[in-house]
Design a protein around this ligand. Sequence first.
Ligand SMILES: [Zn+2]
Length: 144
Amino acid sequence: MSLMHGYLVGLTLFMISSKWSKAIQAHMFRAEQLARNSICNSRHGCAIYRRNTPMGLGWNKDKTHPAAIACYSQCIHAELAAILSMSEEQLEGCDAYIARIMRSKNEALGMSRPCRICMQMFRRAKLRKIYYTNRSGNWTMEKI
Ligand SMILES: [Zn+2]
């Protein structure tokens, strides 16, 4: 009985301490799963949502793409991979979730704030917010 009580108290505390809604947590999880598809050393995944509808999904890739050659030296960033399946008008008002999964450190989350070029791309397309994993392995949010 006391074990159950402790569990429930723990669960309640967890729910109160979590600052993200269930839907946002699900979108974050989606971005983390996408990052696992990457075969690059640094694995990033990006999920772009309009409210709760996934609009574009991607992960970073080594191969080049005509749209990437002008911007990136080596690979297509997850953010670009995600928006390649969308039109630029579709991006307006969307939120992007970008995760990095480390190969070492038991697949801990790593820094995944969009680079300068991806950030410019998002600003131009009028995204609302970006959520990304940070250096301490937590999710953080920035308004664009
Ligand atoms: Zn980038």
